[in-house]
Design a protein around this ligand. Structure first.
Ligand SMILES: *[C@@H]1O[C@H](CO)[C@@H](O)[C@H](O)[C@H]1NC(C)=O
Ligand SMILES: *[C@@H]1O[C@H](CO)[C@@H](O)[C@H](O)[C@H]1NC(C)=O
Ligand SMILES: *[C@@H]1O[C@H](CO)[C@@H](O)[C@H](O)[C@H]1NC(C)=O
Ligand SMILES: *[C@@H]1O[C@H](CO)[C@@H](O)[C@H](O)[C@H]1NC(C)=O
Ligand SMILES: *[C@@H]1O[C@H](CO)[C@@H](O)[C@H](O)[C@H]1NC(C)=O
Ligand SMILES: *[C@@H]1O[C@H](CO)[C@@H](O)[C@H](O)[C@H]1NC(C)=O
Ligand SMILES: *[C@@H]1O[C@H](CO)[C@@H](O)[C@H](O)[C@H]1NC(C)=O
Ligand SMILES: *[C@@H]1O[C@H](CO)[C@@H](O)[C@H](O)[C@H]1NC(C)=O
Length: 390
């Protein structure tokens, strides 16, 4: 191992706050591992996300776009295209582990998470709005063909209602289908656009896309893995540039929900939306996530470790300086700026073909989201499963 690779290993070790790769009896590990909540703050979706240091955090699936400081889940007219019958998705590339392994340190514990987002729908004056948007937990960001219209970028006429969809979504729907209760509701969708729970928003005096105005809204989705309950709160955000309004005390939608029986253990979070014969813009302006994080249990999968590796010159330098994971997460999510750290010499270049020599005693078994971005000062959070050769 050359000096550069020992540097990297040091970085990884510090980043993960992992003990050395020796197996310890489970009872001892239990004491050394504590649960913490990872927090992410995304937005404003400016050039930092399209050209800058936060490029590549999201999967932006046709015909969604990142434009004008928003995640545009369905397109605007900038491309001079028809806005009829479109669908799109924007998903975080990083998956979340929603429950601990059954034989893990936390005995299959189900995660709790909170997510909140600032969004608006916009329609032209006097036009009929269409169709809606959803926050989604799904096995991947892949969008089904022909998921425009009533399908909200979630399903299509073939896949709707199939258990194999393995998604759960909170829909904000302002087009009435024959199975919908009205043209302005919120719903809990399980594998289908036919909601399991549906609540008219008129009950709270809310209209998703009022005529002749752009109304910004905040949604808070809180999932309690202990009680297996989901609660969704909603409020008007009168001023986009002011601090986010306070979360109301009463939810607009509540339901019991056992995620473990419905979605994949590793699932992806994001947004899906569609237009039909009628259309509107569906924009997300800010997005926060706070979620319980389960450390991987090294005793499983033949000593497999799960490591989060931060790639990019400045971060390697930061890593060596010994950041707290939270600080790294804040840097990645853009809530704090990247500190200026002089580029070390010689420059670090990720040798994509030579993992084994980098990782020394470890063998890489799987790589998820392997989109390396080695341009200087760019960075990404990547995940690897590596197993000890010993
Ligand atoms: C993390 O989330 C759990 C469940 O929502 C909560 O009980 C706990 O207090 C949180 N921990 C921190 C450090 O915020
Ligand atoms: C994007 O917005 C963040 C937060 O306001 C700001 O710190 C950053 O400089 C902006 N980036 C660009 C490229 O405008
Ligand atoms: C947009 O398309 C229409 C016809 O489809 C064309 O008349 C118009 O010039 C185009 N506008 C721009 C800005 O390209
Ligand atoms: C949009 O989809 C509907 C329903 O499938 C169809 O009737 C209509 O012709 C489509 N419009 C366009 C412009 O593709
Ligand atoms: C979610 O929010 C609730 C209520 O504010 C809080 O008690 C809980 O700790 C939060 N959970 C996470 C994972 O952030
Ligand atoms: C996201 O979190 C930050 C930091 O806690 C907070 O200031 C902001 O209001 C939150 N945004 C949303 C949309 O909840
Ligand atoms: C629905 O989506 C699936 C997956 O993308 C695809 O295989 C199927 O052909 C689609 N059905 C229709 C009617 O487009
Ligand atoms: C509600 O969700 C279950 C999955 O738990 C599904 O099988 C059922 O069909 C749904 N019910 C309705 C009314 O959509």
């Amino acid at each position: 191992m050359g000096p550069r690779w020992s540097l990297l290993i040091t970085a990884i070790t510090i980043l993960l706050l992992f003990p050395p790769a020796t197996s310890q009896p489970k009872t001892r590990k239990q004491n050394s591992r504590t649960l913490f909540n990872e927090s992410y703050v995304f937005g404003p979706f400016n050039d930092s996300y399209t050209y800058g240091s936060l490029t590549g955090i999201f999967d932006v699936i046709s015909e969604a776009a990142m434009h004008l400081n928003a995640l545009q889940i369905t397109p605007d007219s900038a491309g001079n295209i028809s806005l009829v019958n479109k669908s799109g998705r924007v998903f975080l590339k990083k998956p979340f582990k929603l429950w601990d392994d059954e034989n893990g340190d936390f005995n299959g514990k189900l995660a709790s998470f909170n997510t909140s987002f600032l969004f608006n729908f916009y329609r032209l004056n006097n036009a009929t709005p269409g169709e809606g948007m959803a926050f989604v937990i799904a096995p991947s960001s892949a969008i089904p063909y022909n998921s425009y219209g009533q399908y909200l970028g979630l399903t299509n006429s073939t896949t709707d209602g199939k258990e194999s969809n393995k998604f759960v979504a909170i829909e904000l729907d302002n087009t009435k289908q024959d199975f919908d209760l009205d043209n302005n509701h919120i719903g809990l969708d399980i594998n289908s656009i036919r909601s399991n729970v549906s609540v008219p928003l008129s009950k709270f005096g809310f209209e998703l896309s009022p005529n002749g105005a752009t109304q910004d809204w905040v949604i808070w989705v809180e999932y309690d893995g202990e009680r297996k309950e989901i609660h969704v709160y909603m409020a008007k955000q009168p001023d986009r540039n002011a601090p986010i309004v306070e979360k109301p005390t009463k939810p607009v939608l509540s339901s019991s929900l056992d995620l473990k029986s419905l979605v994949n253990q590793k699932s992806y979070f994001g947004f899906a939306a569609s237009t039909g014969v009628n259309y509107e813009l569906h924009c997300v302006l800010r997005w926060n996530i706070s979620i319980m994080s389960f450390p991987e249990d090294k005793s499983q999968f033949s000593n497999a470790l799960k490591i989060g590796l931060i790639i990019g010159l400045p971060l390697i330098a930061i890593a060596i300086a010994g950041p707290k994971m939270q600080a790294v997460v804040q840097i990645i999510s853009g809530s704090v700026p990247v500190p200026h750290i002089p580029t070390p010499k010689p420059s670090f270049v990720w040798p994509a073909m030579d993992f084994a020599s980098i990782l020394g005693d470890f063998t890489v078994t799987t790589i998820t989201n392997s989109q390396f971005n080695t341009r200087s000062s760019s960075m990404q959070l990547e995940s690897f499963d590596v197993s000890s050769k010993a």
